[in-house]
Write a protein that binds this ligand. Structure first.
Ligand SMILES: [Zn+2]
Length: 133
C-alpha cells in the first residue's frame, strides 16, 4: 500500500505532492495564507482528517464534531479549483469550486466563498456563503 505522504498530486490538486503541500500543515505546520489553509482543509476532507478540520475552524463557528466517517451517502471528492483569494490584514476570503459525488450519484459542484481570520499568526476558517450559480 502506498504511504499517504507520497501522494502525488496532493489531494488539493497541487502537482508538488502531499508531502510538500498539505501534508506539513496537517502535521501542525502554519499556513502562510488563507488559500493554503483552505486547500489543506479540502485535502483534510478527502483524507477524513476530522481533527485537522476542527483545529482550523474558528472557535466562534466550530461544530462539536463532524462525523465524516458516518456521512451517508459518503462523498467522493473529485477536485478543487480556487477561483479567488483576497486578504487584508488578518481577514481573507477564498472563493472556490469543489467537485464531489455522493455515493453513486452524479458529480456536482460546491461553490463557496469562505471567510477566514488570522489570530496569533494562524488562519482559521470562519464560515462561507454559497452564491447561486
Ligand atoms: Zn495540497
Amino acid at each position: 500500500m502506498q504511504a499517504i505522504d507520497t501522494l502525488t498530486p496532493c489531494p488539493c490538486g497541487n502537482e508538488t505532492g502531499y508531502a510538500r503541500c498539505c501534508g506539513p500543515l496537517h502535521e501542525g505546520g502554519v499556513a502562510e495564507t488563507a488559500e493554503q489553509l483552505m486547500r489543506s482543509r479540502y485535502s483534510a476532507y478527502v483524507l477524513k482528517r476530522e481533527d485537522y478540520l476542527l483545529a482550523t475552524w474558528h472557535g466562534s463557528t466550530r461544530p462539536a464534531h463532524l462525523k465524516l466517517g458516518a456521512q451517508q451517502p459518503a462523498p467522493t471528492w473529485l477536485g478543487l479549483t480556487v477561483k479567488r483569494h483576497e486578504s487584508a490584514d488578518d481577514h481573507a476570503t477564498v472563493e472556490f469550486v469543489a467537485r464531489l459525488r455522493y455515493g453513486g450519484g452524479k458529480a456536482q459542484r460546491m461553490h463557496e466563498i469562505s471567510r477566514f481570520v488570522r489570530e496569533n499568526g494562524r488562519w482559521f476558517y470562519v464560515d462561507g456563503e454559497f452564491p447561486g450559480e
